[in-house]
Design a protein around this ligand. Sequence first.
Ligand SMILES: *Cc1c(COP(=O)(O)O)cnc(C)c1O
Length: 398
Amino acid sequence: MSLASGLEYLAIPGPSVMPEAVLRAMHRPAPNIYEGELVELTQRIIPRLKHVAQTDGYATIYMSNGHGAWEAALANIATRDDRILVAATGRFAHGWAEMARRMGIEVDILEFGDTTPIDPQRLQDHLSQKPSDHYRAVLITHVDTSTSIKNDVARVRDAMAQSKTSALLAVDCIASLGCDRFLMDDWGVDVMVASCQKGLMVPPGLAFVFFNERAAERQRRLEYVSMYWDWAPRANPELFYQHFCGTAPTHHLFGLDAALTLIETEGLDNVIHRHETLARAIWAAADAWGQNGALRMNVEHPNHRSHAVTALRLNAPDGTRLRHWTQTQAGLTLGIGLGMSTPSDPQGDGFFRFGHMGHVNAHMIMGLLGTVQAGFVALDIEHGCGALDAAARVIAQG
Ligand SMILES: *Cc1c(COP(=O)(O)O)cnc(C)c1O
């Protein structure tokens, strides 16, 4: 009999678990969009967003999902027939590349596969063979949510510097902002995109583009920037409505304010540390399960793994069976495998993901792991023992 009735737990890599404080802040009448509270709130939000991104540069807010942030960034980086390079470690890098192509931008892709991060030396070698102004930008994902690979952004920037390229570095932090350490200015990132529904714990609908003076200066020399996506008036509005090129995303701003307060109350360092510890608890459990059974984490080296999402595989179709069981029998929804089908598993039925981003704590992760353990038992999926003990030890050490 199903035991799913009760508090549902959506453990997919976005949208993440919505905090009550965020939902309560959004449950209110519409504010005046011309003056007063909302105007002041927006002005307060901008520096706090920059703190989460660790930048003194510019922050802009768009009413869109992450795909909109991709287009917003591209519209301010390049125009038709300009060339960019995408260093790919999963499905999302390819998504960003496809969007650029559809905007008429010439895209080269450097493929690093689905299990290992960008190799800085290979990137450097590729860039070194080109004239320094060959590419307008190099695009990477900090964390690719399909593979759960985390790239070393500082080393990518270093490789670019060694190659003498003048390209901007643009980073997709949609799955990592507020989860994995990210130092935009220290790491020399020129453009960064994020959205609100993952580590930032707000229902989907807001996207963010951060950029530095270097990127701003390049943007001013572009032949053409479409009006809606133009980041300049959004970053330096003369009138309030220019922040959003129209009506403000009123309720989402109240939600975002509450979410930023949660982050500030806990402290950004603690938020990052919590994500890291919870991720290590998951890895410890996965290692134990894998000792006797088919379960494998997609990314072998811990330094290359996201702290916000973990991609795993079982023998097909056990991934799909497990997801179905946890959802219908226990009220826990796990993430599907995305873009990870193989010749032996064309539907990707072995693959699944845990989302552990944003509003998650120790008891939720122990609950997730315990529920997966129950699923293994119920479905007769072979697994090693001691997984929950291993996770408990990580949690106990904090
Ligand atoms: C979720 C995600 C996206 C896409 O965001 P949407 O809000 O679904 O458009 C892009 N990149 C990464 C790394 C993501 O995790």
